[in-house]
Design a binder for this molecule. Structure first.
Ligand code: NAD
Length: 440
């Protein structure tokens, strides 16, 4: 119109318009005739792309003398590839069922939530869970939500997934923040469960400096927030602070035996510093602190390829692969089911006990016994593949839980058999071994 007002004829404009339209039409017809392009790397499913790319990067950057680490990673990559193929086959089968039936039932949309308690204003707390999209965090979030509290999750998704808490997204009591605890967070809360840290050796060794930052700077930030809003903080510490223990079973009074420069040190030592920070802030700023020393925990929502012994054994068994055992095989571990841990964490948070407290299952097994047990429970027999021992792998692990029993009235309830059965059912679904139709 402006051009018209300046007296320019409309004919050239029309001509240009017709040319542009014609060019677009030609381009459209040309594109339709071309075979479909393979999806670029970034369009692959995030769990597949990031997981494998991540492992591939570690594999190629591992030092030459790190052959053991390289072979572990390669094994994980092969395992992942195998599962992707299995999943694809499963999806193809499902698609053909839908095709035959001529119907498609889309997944139920998430607008219904598990029923939560209706707490009054005095009882309802505003609770922050850092690392709440991870394995333990997401189960803790479930319980806090069901009890009727307002829950905020802060997670950077390094090892956690939105999927773990997706059943709460949109609920008025729930908020999910994409946040890295290495940065300060300004919100109003009454309690903080501070879980943000990678927990499996493969993940925490991937970027040792970041692991140290998450547990040290992250803990300083969380304590700074607690100081400002006068919140109580529970820190998820670990049995790893005992290192390769010379005392057995481990009591809270044991100071530990950690190699400060070993491959596990980034985790063990940063958790130890975090404990120190908790009590330094408590002393100086009168912050109400709780420290849970968590022993090996397992259950649904564990990451399939994070190299932890329970997930390794179950996934390898289900895939019909030999079970990887690191020599000598008679090293012991004790395994706690995740619901027991969650009840322990909540009891500790709401108790008057402020010194470190072990949370674990004292039932002790050698790794070889455990491999056998998994095969017996799942009913799948397989071989064991014995690998070279890992540096600084603790020889014995068993919690003394007298403090938790006497101070919190807590002890684990779920038997290893029941826990393994539930976890196996979860991994079956994750591996696509359960027909999708049955799931719906
Ligand atoms: N699972 C166990 O056996 C075990 C044993 C001892 C201690 N713990 C501790 O319990 C906590 C939870 O462990 P888990 O097994 O659920 O591990 P996980 O890896 O499944 O969960 C950790 C969560 O923290 C998040 N996270 C990591 N770094 C972060 C950062 N800088 N900022 C924000 N979020 C971050 C991850 O994305 C993930 O969601 C950890 O602190 C771990 O050290 C676990």
């Amino acid at each position: 119109m402006a051009m018209g007002r300046r007296g320019i004829s409309k004919q050239p404009v029309l001509l240009i318009g017709v040319c542009v339209f014609g060019a677009c039409l030609l381009l459209f017809l040309f594109m339709r005739g071309r075979p479909a392009k393979p999806a670029p790397e970034t369009e692959r499913s995030p769990s597949t792309a990031t997981g494998l790319d991540h492992l591939n990067t570690v594999a190629t950057t591992a030092k030459n003398d790190d052959n053991e680490l390289k072979s572990q990673i390669k094994e994980a990559i092969n395992e992942a590839n195998h599962n992707i193929e299995r999943r694809l086959t499963n999806l193809e089968q499902t698609a053909s069922i839908y095709k035959t039936k001529g119907t498609y039932t889309p997944p139920v949309s998430q607008n219904t939530y598990p029923k939560v308690k209706n707490l009054n204003e005095d009882q309802r707390k505003r609770i922050l869970v850092t690392g709440g999209a991870g394995f333990v965090g997401s189960h803790l979030v479930d319980q806090l939500m069901l009890q009727g509290h307002e829950v905020t999750v802060a997670d950077n998704y390094f090892t956690g997934r939105r999927r773990n808490v997706q059943h709460w997204i949109g609920h008025p009591n729930f908020e999910l923040l994409h946040h890295d605890v290495v940065e300060p967070l300004m919100i109003e809360v009454d309690q903080i469960y501070h879980l943000a840290s990678p927990a499996s050796p493969v993940k925490y060794m991937y970027n040792p400096v970041k692991t140290i930052k998450s547990n040290t700077i992250g803990t300083i930030n969380v304590l700074g927030l607690a100081k400002r809003v006068k919140a109580r903080v529970l820190f998820a510490s670990t049995s790893e602070i005992y290192g390769d223990p010379e005392e057995h079973p481990q009591k809270e009074t044991y100071w530990g035996h950690v190699n400060t420069i070993g491959p596990r040190a980034c985790y063990d030592e940063s958790k130890r510093v975090a404990e120190t920070l908790m009590y330094a802030y408590s002393k100086r700023d009168h912050i109400d602190v709780r420290v849970a020393r968590i022993f090996n925990t397992y259950g649904p929502r564990m990451h399939m390829y994070d190299g932890r012994v329970v997930s390794n054994f179950i996934v390898q068994t289900l895939n019909g692969h030999p079970l990887t055992v690191y020599a000598p095989g008679n090293q012991t571990r004790s395994f706690m089911y995740v619901s027991d841990l969650v009840s322990g964490l909540m009891k500790l948070m709401n108790s008057n006990y402020s010194l470190p407290c072990n949370l674990g299952n004292p039932e002790e097994h050698t790794i070889l016994e455990f491999a056998q047990l998994v095969q017996d429970i799942t009913g799948v027999k397989g071989k064991v593949s014995m690998k070279k021992s890992q540096q600084d792998d603790p020889h014995k692990r068993k919690p003394d839980i007298t403090v938790a029993k006497t101070q919190l009235g807590w002890e684990p309830k779920v038997s290893l058999r029941d826990g393994i059965l539930k976890t196996t059912a979860y991994f079956r679904k994750e591996l696509g071994l359960v027909n999708n139709e049955q799931e719906q």
